[in-house]
Design a protein around this ligand. Structure first.
Ligand SMILES: Nc1nc2c(c(=O)[nH]1)N[C@H]1C(S)=C(S)[C@@H](COP(=O)(O)O)O[C@H]1N2
Ligand SMILES: [Mo]
Length: 207
């Protein structure tokens, strides 16, 4: 709260809108204007002619799209706030992509499907309860700020789950695996919280 108060003091006549902005920063976070890059390893090179995106696991029949097919799926614009567990938050990030709801319209979910693992080209994984990526809460993005998503930020496509810490937003994502049981991903099995809600400060295991 101390930070929010200082910010309001500084901005004078834009006080009201700034207070609103401050309220959008979760506890223990601060706003950044740049867009930091955080990757566990080097940025992979992705060949679009061999790229595909798959939904598999607890679905009646799995589905895959190649690059051309993926671009034909109904896309939407999303303007969202993102929150990295390393304490930076970035407001009003603009993306174009396909909502997970739209992708899931192409499969029949097994009624036991309750969790999802997002997997990627270089092996990074992250897990979430299925409801956390439904009802407009997650999308697979291929444009950032009106331009093709830069490779360092996960291009050609990344998952974006803005309501959870940003490690859940898997870069270079190539598929979603539906599961009946939960299974820890890369950071979740290395001491980070299994869920990762920034508003509850679910940073580490046991938070
Ligand atoms: N495939 C993959 N996705 C990833 C990561 C990674 O190392 N590999 N890092 C995660 C972490 S810890 C964060 S904070 C965000 C960082 O995304 P950015 O580099 O676009 O800021 O990506 C997440 N997605
Ligand atoms: Mo992160």
């Amino acid at each position: 709260m101390a930070n929010a108060f200082v910010t309001r003091g500084f901005v004078g006549k834009r006080q009201a809108s700034s207070a609103t902005r401050a309220q959008r920063i979760p506890p223990g976070q601060h706003e950044v204007k740049d867009f930091p890059v955080l990757s566990a390893g080097p940025t992979p090179r992705v060949a679009l002619d061999r790229w595909s995106f798959t939904i598999e696991g607890f679905v009646r029949e799995k589905v895959s799209w190649n690059w051309e097919e993926f671009l034909k799926l109904p896309a939407q614009q999303f303007t969202v706030d993102i929150h990295c567990v390393t304490t930076w938050s970035k407001l009003d990030t603009r993306w174009t992509g396909v909502s997970v709801d739209t992708l899931l319209e192409h499969v029949e979910l097994d009624p036991r499907a309750a969790f999802v693992t997002a997997y990627t080209i270089e092996g990074y994984t992250t897990n979430m309860p299925l409801p956390d990526i439904l009802n407009g809460r997650a999308f697979v993005a291929y444009e950032y700020d009106g331009l093709p998503l830069p490779a360092a930020h996960g291009g050609p496509v990344r998952l974006v789950v803005p309501h959870l810490y940003f490690w859940k937003s898997a870069k270079w994502v190539t598929g979603l695996r539906l599961m009946d049981k939960d299974r820890s991903g890369f950071w979740e099995s290395a001491g980070y919280n299994n869920h990762g809600d920034p508003w509850k400060e679910e940073r580490y295991t046991g938070d």
